[in-house]
Design a protein around this ligand. Structure first.
Ligand SMILES: [Zn+2]
Ligand SMILES: [Zn+2]
Length: 445
């Protein structure tokens, strides 16, 4: 604990001796290195590591889907109770928001998602999912364990926190828009910045992958029932064939990206669902098609949405069919583009470089995948990064949503330490700035 005392002493000195000119980073490299290295050592401490592993395995054995994370939420609250951390619950059905620190500004949030996927685990191991058809195949069990690990570190260091850390345990990341619901609750209204991470089965353990600016696409889902008139397949003139109509619609939808979008502006329209007919000699009454669309700007996203409606309804009309397009945003809200804040990117790079080394920071190329962390990053400055977990000596690691997905638990301390370091140093830097600004104002008065 002592190492933070001298760091704090330096800040106090900085505050009173500060020149009116504010630099962007008020922590020097030695101070950052001290916090980052010590937090990683704390997170690797056997008792803390074993405790995180136990939590992760317990959650893994009992996976719960979006907005049904009741037992997971209970486990989190029990651990927060044991640590003496105040929290708000329920937030967005099962969500929990913990608070550590002064209870005053600045407020920095750390986020973990809690939900599992509706799929069967195929990995045979001691802590296999006990719930048939449900599995933590995206690492959210590890995310919860890492944020609780950070909570332990931060709670131990709470006297030195120069502001408040919010621990955001959110439901329903996998399509349910849990982040959006948490924002609507108002609990996060005062947040100044938020950090989130996702464990990565692509990158080596001890590395992080990140970038500033847009890193993941905005996305939406659509579905349309193409209604025709069923009948005998050998007498098509007495029918209105919805299968042929749907086929034409799908081909026409391909033109939206290939002919209407700027080739330098990445977009996707995919029809992934086509349901209709059940016999070789019957033309069905209707066909259901559905899919997803993605874009990297609000303008392109809005344009795609409008054109999807136009193409589906008008092409259906050409084929004498009726249809309406349903985006069902109540159950599947549109996800905004995930945009990483530039200043937080610099902050993240400083912390990660001191903890892991400059060569362990990998540049993230944007992808058409989505994250509902984007809702947070749209509401206030946000930063989302990937945490590597691949260790080739431990066999092959399948990517997320695979029934053979495994988590390398050795990555847990890195996540916990990064969470805790990012929050602590953010508060220290911004507290010093705020105090210095206050002082300047007073000086002027
Ligand atoms: Zn996922
Ligand atoms: Zn995930």
């Amino acid at each position: 604990m002592g190492f933070l005392k001298w760091v704090l002493a330096i800040f106090t000195l900085c505050t009173y001796l500060a020149t009116p000119t504010l630099s962007d980073s008020l922590l020097n490299k030695d101070e950052l290195a001290s916090i980052s290295a010590n937090f990683l050592n704390l997170a690797k401490r056997t008792d803390l590591f074993d405790w995180m592993v136990k939590i992760r395995r317990t959650i893994h054995e009992n996976p719960e889907l979006g907005f049904e994370e009741f037992e997971t939420s209970k486990l989190i609250r029990n651990e927060l109770d044991k640590m003496g951390i105040y929290y708000k619950y329920p937030v967005a059905v099962t969500g929990v928001v913990g608070f550590i620190g002064t209870g005053k500004s600045p407020f920095v949030a750390l986020r973990a998602d809690m939900d599992a996927l509706p799929m069967q685990e195929e990995v045979e191991w001691e802590h296999k999912s006990k719930i048939p058809g449900k599995m933590h195949a995206c690492g959210h069990d590890a995310h919860v364990a890492m944020l609780l690990g950070a909570a332990r570190i931060l709670q131990e260091q709470r006297d030195y926190l120069q502001g408040t850390v919010l621990l955001v345990f959110q439901p329903a990341e996998e399509g349910g828009g849990g982040a959006k619901k948490m924002l609507e609750s108002g609990v996060l209204d005062n947040v100044d910045a938020i950090f989130g991470l996702h464990i990565s089965a692509v990158h080596p353990i001890g590395t992080v992958t990140a970038n500033s600016g847009p890193i993941m696409a905005g996305s939406g889902f659509f579905e349309a029932v193409i209604k025709g008139k069923g009948g005998h397949a050998a007498i098509p003139q007495h029918t209105i064939d919805p299968i042929l109509a749907a086929s034409n619609i799908i081909v026409s939808l391909q033109h939206l990206v290939s002919r209407e979008a700027d080739p330098l502006d990445s977009q996707v329209v995919t029809v992934a669902k086509f349901k209709g007919g059940g016999a070789f000699n019957v033309i069905p009454d209707s066909v259901t098609i559905g899919g997803t669309f993605r874009a990297f700007s609000k303008e392109s996203f809005t344009q795609l949405k409008q054109r999807i409606v136009e193409v589906i309804t008008r092409q259906a009309a050409v084929q004498r069919c009726n249809t309406t397009v349903d985006f069902d945003t109540e159950n599947r809200p549109f996800y905004p583009v995930t945009v990483n804040n530039k200043a937080l990117h610099e902050h993240f790079r400083d912390v990660a470089a001191q903890m892991l080394g400059n060569d362990k920071i990998i540049e993230k190329k944007p992808t058409m995948g989505t994250e509902d962390f984007s809702f947070f990053a749209e509401a206030f400055p946000g930063y989302f990064y990937l945490l590597g977990m691949v260790d080739e000596t431990k066999g092959r690691f399948e990517s997320g949503h695979n029934p053979f997905y495994r988590v390398n638990e050795d990555a847990l301390p890195y996540g916990a330490a990064l969470h805790a370091s990012l929050a602590t140093t953010y508060l220290l830097e911004h507290q010093v700035k705020a105090t210095t600004q206050d002082r300047n104002v007073r000086d002027e008065l």
